[in-house]
Design a protein around this ligand. Structure first.
Ligand code: GTP
Ligand code: ZN
Length: 611
């Protein structure tokens, strides 16, 4: 039972000149211990007598009551992101006119607090609505509890009220707390350009009684937002980068890393954001789009496709980590660039406050552009993943290869490097559908099996490379040449025609196997349950056969193109080298895939855990 603590008279004057006088009451014994206020306004004592009469009957009925939740930005600073300021102003005048109470409830941000509300605004700027933003922060959509409000009303003897609100939850909670609602009086609609999405979300998500015009229904989404309406067409975006990637492919080989301009263009096109959840500034796109993006990039430069594919995937992986790491790496709307390697697995030792890790890791693709490294380490037989700033590691110039040279997949070395506890996570937890990030994010893909995306990168890059090779081959065949004063084309030779038909057939086979593999994946935006064994077997098999057919198409193209394509400046020889490295990646290791896929399709079960 709450009791009145103080009651003071406060004259009110609003900036527009309207004024009235309030009895401001404070209380002892409020359930949540917060400093809630009750402003008794107008002929409030008289209104208490109207509790027995019907709303439309004699007198003005029961006290008009507004439960106003604190909103510092709206109430104090006049923020236009919400309708709180105008609602407060309107409520005071309406209540003062008929008598009743304004309860000023210290439930900033629907109960999540001021800082969290501002965090939620930041997420809304990236496309989430007001409710999803709360959820993404690990809060409820609306955490308000009106027990203290009911206590205050009871203390004043206002057990029947006319409730000034559009929010059905306020009415429901009050009724459950024993307050009768004689009438629910809607507040005015204070629509502005800045709050239209907010009001539409209140109407659509929590059943607020709001009559909004078309302007509010027509959600205009921030251009970079990852909501369905605002999803960028990523394959089209990266297709625009292809000519530039072709022009710089040789430079990438020479540098043995991606040219800065390429990294910048990938950043600007949002490529690293495609998989990351919307709440951390990603686009939350699915595996199919991701696979297509890698394929299209490879039509320009296989090293770029490979690097971008992995870096985008690692950003998604970081969104599976616990909140502390996410706050660190995604701070300020950045999408982190992180190289990841598990070959070979390093060692970890527990030390106070963290771990000491040692190891020598190879194949850290994209490390030349990364701020972070995700490293596999072992502790008492358990596999862990450690997140380490690249600057803390020794970077060894080891990527001297005949293909995919631009990926700069160099080695990393650490000797007893301290990694704080929060930057180490168990691999089993990270790869589980119930990974820590899955409790934070709504995106369907967050639950996806860890290896699903990884398995797509090499075959996607191989297919895009083969498509580029076929383009080059066709041009080569059709270009007119002068021979002994006669104009001829290679395409006019029947042998060249036959070869080009075989190459086209190989490419078509690669594309069909690719489509077969993708057809196993869930549609965009839907959860990806772990695949049944036979489905997984055919997924891996189709990807591997697609890549083999891509390589065959490239082989046929190179074989029919003459000696000039072996100049280091010619893209075809590079494609041949790149695809050779791709086909040797463990995700395309054909012998193991054939064995395991055979087992899976025969119902014998996989004989390796990691297939
Ligand atoms: N978390 C969060 N809180 C918000 C946001 N916008 C406004 N708020 C808070 O929401 C509360 C305002 O809600 P109310 O004015 O009570 O509105 P309501 O619940 O929609 O109900 P009625 O106005 O009574 O129809 C205040 O605490 C604001 O700080 C937002 O985007 N996120
Ligand atoms: Zn507000």
């Amino acid at each position: 039972m709450a009791t009145v603590r103080t009651s003071v008279t406060v004259p009110l004057r609003f900036p527009d000149g309207y004024g009235t006088t309030a009895e401001v009451l404070t209380f002892h014994g409020l359930a949540d211990g917060r400093e809630h206020l009750l402003l008794a306004l107008g002929p409030w004592e008289q209104s208490l007598l109207g509790q027995g009469s019907g709303a439309g009957g004699a007198g003005s009925g029961a006290p008009l009551v507004r439960l106003h939740s604190e909103c510092m930005t709206g109430d104090v600073f006049g923020s236009e992101r919400c309708d709180c300021g105008p609602q407060l102003r309107e409520a005071v005048e309406s209540i003062a006119a008929t008598g009743g109470f304004l309860l000023y409830l210290r439930q900033e941000g629907r109960g999540i607090g001021l800082y969290s509300k501002l965090d939620a605004y930041a997420l809304q700027d990236r496309g989430l609505d007001t409710y999803d933003a709360n959820l993404a922060l690990g809060h409820g959509e609306d955490e308000r509890d009106y027990t203290a409000a009911a206590q205050m009303l009871n203390t004043l003897g206002a057990t029947t009220v006319r409730l000034l609100s559009n929010n059905p939850d306020k009415a429901n909670q009050l009724v459950a707390l024993g307050i009768s609602i004689q009438q629910q009086v809607p507040t005015g609609v204070h629509l502005s350009e800045a709050n239209s999405r907010y009001l539409a979300a209140k109407r659509d998500r929590t059943g607020h009684t709001l009559e909004l015009g078309r302007a509010a229904v027509d959600h205009s989404v921030h251009p970079a937002a990852g909501t369905v309406a605002g999803l960028p067409d990523m394959p089209a975006r990266v297709a625009a980068l292809v000519p530039g990637l072709r022009a710089r492919a040789e430079e990438a080989e020479r540098l043995r890393r991606l040219p800065e301009l390429t990294v910048q263009e990938l950043q600007e096109a949002g490529v690293f954001r495609i998989l990351a959840p919307a709440a951390v500034g990603g686009y939350g796109l699915g595996a199919r789009t991701y696979a297509e993006v890698v394929r299209v990039l490879a039509r320009g430069c296989a090293s770029t496709a490979w690097t971008a594919g992995h870096l985008a995937e690692h950003a998604w992986m970081l969104a599976r980590w616990p909140r502390a790491v996410q706050e660190e790496v995604f701070a300020g709307g950045q999408v982190p660039l992180a190289a990841a390697t598990s070959a070979p697995v390093g060692m970890a030792r527990k030390v106070p406050g963290g771990y000491a890790i040692s190891g020598h890791w190879s194949f850290a693709s994209g490390v030349m552009h990364s701020r972070w490294a995700l490293l596999a380490v072992q502790l008492n037989g358990a596999r862990l993943q450690a997140l380490v700033p690249v600057a803390d590691l020794e970077l060894l110039d080891a990527w001297h290869t005949d293909g995919l040279r631009g990926t700069g997949s160099n080695d990393l070395h650490a000797d007893g490097l301290f990694v704080p506890d929060h930057r180490v996570v168990e691999w089993a937890l990270l790869s589980s559908p119930e990974n820590p990030g899955s409790l934070i994010h709504q995106d369907a893909l967050i639950h996806a099996p860890m290896a699903m995306l990884l398995n797509l990168v090499a075959p996607a890059a191989a297919l895009g490379s083969a498509e580029y090779a076929m383009e080059l081959f066709r041009e080569q065949l059709l270009v007119p040449r002068q021979k002994n004063g006669i104009e001829t084309r290679q395409a006019d030779s029947t042998l060249a025609q036959a070869r080009s038909a075989r190459a086209a057939g190989a490419l078509a086979a690669a594309q069909l196997q690719w489509q077969a593999a993708l057809s196993v994946l869930p549609p965009e935006g839907q959860a990806a349950p772990a695949l049944a064994e036979d489905q997984h077997a055919s997924f891996r098999l189709s990807l591997a056969l697609s890549a083999e057919a891509s390589q065959e198409a490239v082989r046929l193209a190179v074989g029919g193109s003459g000696g000039s394509v072996h100049r280091l400046t010619h893209p075809l020889q590079r494609i041949q080298r790149d695809i050779g490295v791709l086909l040797n990646h463990p995700t395309l290791g054909i012998d193991a895939i054939l064995e395991q896929s055979g087992r899976g399709l025969l119902g014998l079960g996989f004989s390796t855990q990691s297939f």
